[in-house]
Ligand binder design. Structure first.
Ligand code: SIN
Length: 329
């Protein structure tokens, strides 16, 4: 049996190495300042910052959040300070925390993404760039680049060209498509080194008192445990067709066991998002629990477990202590 000191929990995206596979989900921890009072940010794999645009954005009208069964609907609309303020304030602060930084970017046009990539190219301390082409809270669905293979490719090609070869690119995809593997193949052939799966699902809540849509922006993105099976399915499908491409899986992860499900489906890393709102230490809890589960199942490294659910031999799973996990509840 391996133990915590011999177990290799590290993961890689492109050529960048992360000591643990736990990432914050973009948008759920801003640039990490609030989380830093609960644990050292250097202890997780990386902070994935809230998607940043070229210019400051006020976001969508309020209300911007709604509770849903086992989930949350948000309609923030990419509120943020814009790239100049972000580079002046957030990156230097994250570096003082020794945090690994994944910068999430968002644009309204293919060119905007490329301009953002150019701004980031020579910034020290950036481990990777997440290209958010899947925010559902935009004025029209034509702006959800990840719903269309041609637009997805154009954005990633532009970012790849501008950012150069040194910074890995992670494309964040939407589950609101007929075939997510088609978009995944497209962005990988355009130069993405990894994939974030999945962004929120487009949803809506009607307020039965006012008899109108509850959210100011009418529609919003659904996150939380309600979407976990959708996310696990997306990770499984994409890993099946692109087994060598690192995937950061996300969608309703609240425990190590949830995270383990994503790893078995084919994720090389996991992000914790909505759970942070209820428990700011959730990501640390998931990290510790996931490591314990992997060790107790007899894995020597995280990478050994990635995509395990795709293996045909179910006896292997039993030998790895399926009985003891069953009793976890
Ligand atoms: C938002 O700011 O509206 C959420 C961003 C996203 O889901 O990509």
């Amino acid at each position: 049996m391996h133990n915590a000191s011999t177990f290799d929990f590290s993961t890689k995206i492109g050529h960048t190495w992360f000591p643990t596979p736990l990432f914050t989900a973009s948008g759920c921890a801003s640039s990490g300042k609030e989380l830093a009072q609960f644990f050292p940010l250097s202890e997780i794999g990386a902070v994935v910052t809230k998607s940043i645009a070229l210019k400051p954005r006020l976001g969508r009208p309020t209300p911007r959040m709604a509770e849903t069964p086992s989930g949350m609907l948000n309609s923030i609309g990419l509120q943020g300070p814009g790239i100049d303020a972000f580079l002046a304030d957030d990156i230097p602060w994250l570096m003082t925390q020794n945090a690994r930084i994944v910068v999430s970017i968002s644009g309204e046009t293919v060119d905007e993404y490329s301009i953002l990539a150019r701004r980031l190219r020579s910034v020290p301390g950036i481990s990777a760039v997440e290209v958010n082409i899947s925010c559902p809270n935009v004025e029209n669905r034509g702006l959800v680049f990840a719903c269309d293979p041609v637009s997805s490719r154009a954005v990633i090609e532009g970012v790849r060209r501008t950012i150069g070869g040194d910074i890995p690119i992670i494309a964040k995809l939407s589950p609101d498509v007929t075939d997510i593997t088609e978009i995944a193949r497209e962005v990988v052939s355009a130069g993405a080194d990894g994939l974030s799966l999945i962004n929120t699902l487009l949803g809506m809540v009607i307020n039965t008192q006012t008899m109108r849509p509850h959210l100011g922006g009418k529609t919003g993105g659904l996150s939380g445990p309600a979407i976990r099976p959708v996310a696990v399915r997306a990770v499984y499908q994409v890993h099946q067709v692109l087994p060598k491409i690192p995937i950061i899986g996300m969608g309703g992860i609240r425990s190590g066991r949830d995270a383990f499900e994503f790893i078995l489906a084919g994720a090389s890393g996991v992000s914790v998002g909505t759970a942070i709102f209820g428990n700011p230490r959730a990501i640390m809890d998931v990290q510790n629990e996931l490591k314990e589960i992997l060790i107790s199942r007899g894995f020597a490294s995280l990478s050994e477990a990635v995509g395990y659910a795709h293996r045909e031999d179910s006896t292997g799973a039993l030998q790895r202590g399926a009985d003891s996990e069953e009793s976890e509840g």
